[in-house]
Design a protein around this ligand. Structure first.
Ligand code: SAM
Length: 202
């Protein structure tokens, strides 16, 4: 936790959640010796579990409050989802690979967290449960998907890395009114691509 604090993470609730969640459960046993490093690690299907610093930064930017309804795009390992659950959010998580959805569902259940999972194209959000107090996209998008903006509650925060496939700028979009949005830009990151109708078409 000291490492994340030194790198600038200030929210003690987030640091405590990261300290509590057994990250090794989300990676293959061959990587258990690296599970508590501050680095992204490979998971199945060429995807990654995000670096703890990235998870902490995105979560800080989302300004999650206990009881918030949160949409995560890119379930991946399920680790970010567990952090959000630990913070008391009601989490809806979308992943395009069924195998990863089912794997994450199982791990979260074993750890005693409750979240809703869906396999599908998260670049379109999950309209059935909108609006959301916060939306986090954990894959790199070419543009800000219109559908995600529309699924924000007023006052809601969308945290999304936007750019090309090599480098993305972390953005936070806050819905300040029915048709009003404010955008802030943060640091650069490198994520796996968001693949879908409002992502990279493939
Ligand atoms: N949040 C994850 C975690 O904590 O392990 C990290 C996710 S990984 C960096 C990005 C994930 O986004 C991958 O699992 C990938 O399959 C998924 N993804 C990419 N495009 C997607 C889309 N359109 N809809 C849903 N998931 C998508």
């Amino acid at each position: 936790m000291e490492e994340l604090r030194d790198k600038g993470i200030k929210d003690e609730a987030i640091l405590a959640a990261i300290g509590k969640i057994p990250r090794h459960k989300f990676v293959d046993s061959a990587l258990w010796n690296r599970a508590y490093e501050d680095s992204a690690l490979p998971i199945e299907l060429g995807q990654t579990i995000s670096q703890p610093f990235t998870v902490a930064s995105q979560t800080e930017l989302m300004k999650v409050q206990r009881g918030d309804k949160v949409l995560e795009i890119g379930t991946g390992s399920g680790y970010q989802c567990a952090v959000l659950c630990e913070l008391g959010a009601k989490v809806y998580s979308v992943e395009r690979h069924r195998e990863l959805t089912e794997r994450a569902r199982k791990i979260l259940h074993e750890l005693g967290y409750r979240a809703m999972f869906k396999c599908g194209d998260g670049s379109l959000g999950w309209s059935a449960y909108a609006p959301y107090d916060a939306i986090v996209v954990t894959a790199g998008a070419p543009v800000i998907p219109e559908e995600l903006r529309e699924q924000l509650a007023i006052g809601g925060r969308l945290v999304i890395p936007v750019g090309d496939e090599e480098r993305q700028l972390m953005m936070r979009i806050i819905r300040t009114g029915e048709e009003e949005f404010e955008q802030e830009n943060f640091a650069h990151y490198k994520f796996v691509p968001l693949i879908g109708k409002q992502g990279w078409g493939r």
